[in-house]
Design a protein around this ligand. Structure first.
Ligand code: SF4
Length: 89
């Protein structure tokens, strides 16, 4: 049985997004979501560095560990090549 504070990475990200929204801020990816989910590798490579400075970087990266595609926490998740790159460093 899960404890009250034993949240999944996805739940932690959702909480962080909600907390950020309460400050009136939004992560940059919501302004151009297609770039973060594009099927073109070049688009993902351009999007990933733009995560730098995002206050959600850590929880987003943690949530991305379970994802197969897209940019999460500055990392490209791409199941087509079974790679994970730190493109934003
Ligand atoms: S770290 Fe996550 S929430 Fe922040 S801009 Fe990147 S993809 Fe969006």
């Amino acid at each position: 049985m899960r404890e009250a504070d034993d949240v999944t990475a996805g739940e932690a990200l959702a909480r962080a997004v909600a907390a950020l929204a309460e400050t009136g801020r939004r992560p940059v990816c919501v302004t151009d979501p297609d770039a973060w989910t594009s099927e073109r590798r070049a688009d993902l490579e351009q999007a990933a560095p733009r995560c730098q400075g995002c206050p959600l970087l850590d929880p987003c990266g943690d949530a991305g560990e379970a994802e197969d595609f897209g940019v999460w926490g500055g990392r490209i998740r791409d199941r087509r090549f079974r790679t994970e790159d730190r493109a934003a460093s």
